[in-house]
Design a binder for this molecule. Structure first.
Ligand SMILES: [Ca+2]
Ligand SMILES: [Ca+2]
Length: 313
């Protein structure tokens, strides 16, 4: 049980850290822009200084120019179109000559360096990147190329050797994953008083599972027992499958999971992590490289009529 909590905390930590990192980077860039403007403004009066006193009119003009500069600077700060302009990972906001914001690829060298190995990520090209910022900036630079199209964030952590997922294991994956998800939620519920990891609505749903005495307790179970429990306690599995979809659909929150968004599932402590890639490739029924909620739910044996977007909060 402790193992799940640690993993979920990591997952939650990662999910929360990612946008913050982006915001900080955007802030740094915005600050640099402001500093650059200040530099220009400071230089102008220095050039005009020798003329002060020689021609009083010019002094006035200089002061007037300075006032305009300050006014313009304040306007730039107030109207910075990049302040509320969000770019996807790997891109940063810049304004063009007309002050129109646009997203451009981030230079990987502007990414903060990793504070530890835990920040490294592995790409599907089997290359380790310092941080996810470095990865997405690199991917952005390859946009429009075949190489860029194929490159996804595979998992968190440096690249490692992963066993091939056997056909026999592949069929076990949904059973083990479903059971694990349900247990993770129950564990979160038990611990939630201090942590507030679940919203009130989510708590109510998990409470029903938690209080159901027919619930299969966490532990090592045979595939037969897992399959039997899914049939018998089917309703208990509907919410956990939806919940996990919502947890993963974060970059961006659009109702679809990309290969990169599935990267948290390729972590140690996840049951059969080496089968995630194969499993989700098969989940993508229409082969559009995105996993929609319907595809996801159906992969886990949830019936069409029980797929409900409102369960993802
Ligand atoms: Ca998404
Ligand atoms: Ca799809």
């Amino acid at each position: 049980m402790r193992v799940w909590i640690v993993f979920l905390l990591c997952l939650a930590g990662h999910a929360m850290a990612a946008p913050t990192e982006e915001t900080i980077e955007e802030d740094i860039i915005a600050e640099e822009d402001i500093i650059a403007e200040e530099d220009i403004i400071v230089e102008e009066p220095v050039v005009e200084e020798p003329e002060v006193g020689a021609n009083p009119v010019q002094v006035e003009v200089g002061e007037f120019d300075e006032a305009i500069d300050i006014f313009e600077e304040e306007q730039v700060l107030a109207d910075n179109p990049c302040l509320d302009y969000h770019c996807k990972k790997g891109k940063v906001c810049e304004v063009d000559d007309d002050n129109t914001p646009m997203c451009v690829c981030q230079d990987p060298s502007t990414c903060a360096s990793a504070e530890g190995e835990f920040e490294h990520v592995c790409g599907t090209n089997n290359a380790t990147y310092d941080t996810s910022c470095h990865f997405f900036a690199t991917k952005c630079a390859l946009e429009g190329t075949k190489k860029g199209h194929k490159l996804h964030l595979d998992y968190i952590g440096p690249c490692k050797y992963i066993d091939a997922c056997l056909d026999s294991e592949l069929s076990e994956f949904p059973l083990r994953m479903r059971d694990w998800l349900k247990n993770v939620l129950v564990t979160l519920y038990e611990r939630d008083e201090e942590n507030n990891l679940l919203t009130e609505k989510q708590k109510l749903r998990v409470k029903k599972i938690f209080e159901n005495e027919k619930r299969l307790q966490a532990g090592e179970h045979s595939l037969d027992l897992l399959a039997h429990d899914f049939e018998k306690n089917y309703n208990m599995y509907i919410f956990p499958v939806h919940w996990q979809f919502g947890q993963l659909d974060q970059h961006p929150v659009d109702g679809y999971l990309t290969h990169s968004e599935l990267s948290p599932l390729r972590a140690p402590l996840i049951p059969m992590e080496h089968c995630t890639t194969r499993f989700f490739e098969e989940c993508d029924a229409d082969s559009d490289k995105y996993i929609a909620l319907e595809e996801w739910a159906s992969c886990f044996g949830i019936k069409d009529q029980d797929v409900d977007k409102d369960l993802i909060i």
